[in-house]
Design a binder for this molecule. Structure first.
Ligand SMILES: Nc1nc2c(ncn2[C@@H]2O[C@H](COP(=O)(O)OP(=O)(O)O)[C@@H](O)[C@H]2O)c(=O)[nH]1
Ligand SMILES: [Mg+2]
Length: 370
């Protein structure tokens, strides 16, 4: 099995040799894999490439790939293609060149792979891992919040570190994601690759790492651009699919129901009914509409047919009653703790909770997976 360790560099001449020495040393005793090291340099003005090409002449498993500067994502992509096509990698690894990632931990990544993981990430946010103690509080918060946004935003909380660049994974997952990856030039590439791999069924393993500050040079990350890209990625991948998917349809159906409810109320009041009765008629009509449209559209992949519809419709009425109780319960609670004037706020919260309740009940009970 060929492992190619990709090391992206931009102005890293102070650390690249120490890193390569150290990586070669910790992997020397390994028998299982043929390991090579590929430095992907973007024509660093500090002469990193000259150093590396000299080093590569002395060590036959060290390679240099030079190119023009187009961002970290592009450099990694170029490196991965080269690793697969020219160096016949079966396994791809990745590590930062500035010694923020401890090369001594590298064998642990391979151990995890041996134990059945397909994609191993170095994790700062699990026991045994850490971010630097000397970071200012704002930087710690920034790091933790940013990572959590991705972690929970994409909906895979079981993976704790999304933004790091210390990883080892099977080539297959690169191949599966390849087409889409060229869209991501910058640091967001790392998130996209991990995300696609999980969606493609990769079994993710985590190795705790202590991330240390670089001692030389400076970070090439452009925070504003990075934040924008990460936001864009998470929002388009997750929230968009949520809105365009089941949840969006649920919202449309609910809005139609609300309109029916309101019109019916006015019509029945106009016909001379008591407003309470009119409102109950309206609510039941909305329930009928919600049931029919959710059944034939929102959840059509789990459509209820035949006589079963009768029992389910009854259940659906109970669910709606539940939402009603949640909503008025919230208003009652709000008025009790915050006074009568606050009822509108609690009404909004109550409606929100009621929606959440309905959506959950529809998904887990009424139209639950068989
Ligand atoms: N080839 C290449 N490497 C890059 C580029 N940007 C960053 N790197 C490398 O990617 C790694 C991580 O970058 P760094 O600036 O340390 O990011 P930070 O640790 O998140 O602050 C380092 O080895 C950098 O030299 C780039 O545009 N091209
Ligand atoms: Mg760094």
């Amino acid at each position: 099995m060929n492992v190619v360790v990709i090391i992206p560099t931009y102005n890293e001449r102070d650390t690249i040799v120490e890193l390569l020495d150290s990586l070669r040393e910790v992997t020397a005793s390994n028998k299982r894999y043929t390991i090579s090291f590929l430095v992907v340099d973007d024509t660093s003005p500090d002469g990193t490439a000259t150093l590396v090409s000299g080093y590569a002449k002395r060590h036959k498993n060290v390679f240099l790939l030079s190119g023009k500067k187009e961002g970290l994502g592009k450099a990694l992509l170029r490196g991965m293609h080269y690793a697969i096509e020219k160096l016949h990698a079966n396994i791809i690894a990745q590590i930062d060149a500035d010694l923020s990632h401890d090369p001594k931990v590298f064998p642990k990544f391979l151990d995890k792979l041996n134990k059945g993981a397909d994609f191993v990430v170095g994790s700062r946010y699990i026991p045994g891992g850490s971010i630097p103690d000397n970071w200012a509080p704002y930087r710690k918060v920034y790091s933790v919040v940013g990572n959590s946004f991705v972690r929970f935003g994409l909906g895979f909380p079981q993976v704790h570190d999304w933004t790091g660049g210390y990883r080892v994974f099977a080539k297959k997952y690169f191949d599966l994601a390849n087409d889409e990856l060229s869209k991501y030039r910058g640091y967001v590439f790392q998130i996209a690759l991990l995300h696609k791999s999980i969606l493609n069924g990769a079994n993710v393993g985590e190795v705790p790492i202590h991330f240390t500050d670089r001692r030389f040079g400076h970070s090439k990350i452009a925070p504003a651009e990075y934040i924008r890209n990460v936001f864009e990625y998470v929002i388009t991948k997750r929230f968009y699919s949520l809105v365009a998917g089941t949840f969006g349809k649920f919202a449309v159906v609910g809005t139609v129901g609300f309109i029916i409810n309101t019109i019916a109320l006015e019509v029945f009041v106009g016909l001379g009914f008591h407003p309470a009765t009119a409102s109950a008629f309206g609510a039941e009509l909305a329930i009928v509409s919600n049931f029919l449209f959710n059944n034939s559209w929102t959840f059509r992949h789990r459509k209820i047919t035949g006589l079963k519809r009768i029992g389910k419709f009854f259940q659906f009425n109970m669910t709606s009653l539940g939402a009603l109780l949640i909503q008025s319960g919230t208003v009652a609670f709000g008025v009790w703790v915050a006074g009568r004037d606050s009822y509108r706020y609690y009404y909004v919260i109550g409606v929100g909770l009621g929606l959440l309740w309905n959506y959950t009940m529809y998904k887990k009970v009424i139209w639950k997976k068989q």
